[in-house]
Design a protein around this ligand. Structure first.
Ligand SMILES: Nc1ncnc2c1ncn2[C@@H]1O[C@H](COP(=O)(O)OP(=O)(O)OP(=O)(O)O)[C@@H](O)[C@H]1O
Length: 309
């Protein structure tokens, strides 16, 4: 079962179809990036998924249920939206204490201390949140969102307005939650660099339609296979290396370019290609995998959609 399952979701505002039947799913432990230009329909989608907005057609399920209709289910998710839900007039600890009581946690003091430590704010626990920097508030907001140990975490633009160092801390927190706690994360973001670094899969939404949906790795490697460039240490190896690669069934489009050979791996790993080249005595100096950046993929998806509109 997918953790988040959106099927043919439609939403109309004033007769205009803002979501035109979108579908995607997020599996357990994934960090999913939801991308799209301003006005694409991301917030509308998230509001439908969170059960805050009723779709006109289709369904949006989280952990097998409808968050709008199932109270106990809501306890199993954590949400950090633009407004971090913290009170400026309370200290960091008092803010978390309040939510720990709200969630009726078993060992509230321990959990609050643990989460203050997790986000690196234990030394500032008695500071008033109103005096905190944007980065500190964001970290405390994340601690607040995961205090009750949810299975799924929704984050809306978690790094917006943060300096590079604070962005990095937020990124590390997300990776920790996913890798160490096995949390599934839904990340709404315009920061393509951040998404490329932390997300395992992405969907690109544009004008109410999903234009791309796949793992980050598959999107970056391209549909036809992984492009590699093998740089050879001596010119004599080039022809021999090209011959070896052409003889491998899972490799196509082998071309000689100066002191390099380029190829597309369709059913063979880069490691297997390198092994074959070394066995054939080719002086392999460097192997580069040529991957598109998420930014290139995003811009291509959006422009292609605009071209076809
Ligand atoms: N309550 C509403 N009533 C009418 N139109 C709405 C409403 N909410 C959103 N829209 C419209 O739906 C479209 C999608 O908006 P949405 O906020 O979902 O986009 P978004 O992808 O989240 O954009 P951004 O990145 O700027 O936050 C926009 O054209 C917006 O004006």
């Amino acid at each position: 079962m997918s953790i988040i399952e959106v099927k043919n979701l439609k939403k109309l505002f004033n007769g205009r179809e803002v979501l035109q039947g979108i579908s995607f799913s997020v599996e357990k432990g994934e960090v999913f990036g939801f991308l799209g230009p301003n006005g694409a329909g991301k917030t509308t989608t998230v509001r439908c998924v969170l059960g805050l907005l009723r779709p006109d057609a289709g369904s949006a399920q989280v952990l097998g249920g409808d968050l709008g209709a199932d109270d106990p289910l809501r306890r199993r998710i954590g949400v950090l939206l633009e407004n971090n839900g913290l009170s400026d007039r309370l200290t960091a600890q008092e803010n978390l204490d309040y939510f720990a009581r709200l969630y009726d946690l078993e060992n509230p003091d321990e959990r609050v201390a643990e989460m203050l430590g997790f986000v690196g704010l234990e030394e500032r626990k008695d500071g008033l949140v109103g005096t905190f920097s944007t980065g500190m508030k964001r970290k405390l907001g994340i601690a607040r969102a995961v205090l009750h140990d949810p299975e799924v975490l929704f984050l809306d633009e978690p790094s917006s307005g943060l300096d590079p160092e604070a962005q990095r801390m937020v990124r590390d927190l997300i990776l920790d939650l996913s890798k160490k706690e096995g949390m599934t994360v839904f990340l709404n973001s315009h920061n393509l660099d951040e998404v490329q670094r932390v997300c395992t899969s992405v969907a690109i939404l544009h004008q109410g339609r999903i234009r791309a949906f796949d793992t980050v790795q598959r999107l970056r490697e391209g549909e036809e296979g992984t492009h590699i460039e093998v740089v050879l240490g001596d010119p004599d190896s080039v022809g021999r290396a090209a011959g070896v690669l052409r003889g491998m069934p899972g490799i196509k489009e082998v071309e000689e370019e100066g002191e390099s050979v380029t190829a597309v791996l369709t059913g063979e790993s880069a490691a297997a290609a390198v092994r074959a080249l070394v066995m054939a005595d080719c002086a392999v100096e460097e192997v580069r995998k040529e991957q598109q950046s998420l930014e290139e993929i995003y811009l291509a998806a959006v422009h292609q959609a605009e071209g076809s509109a």
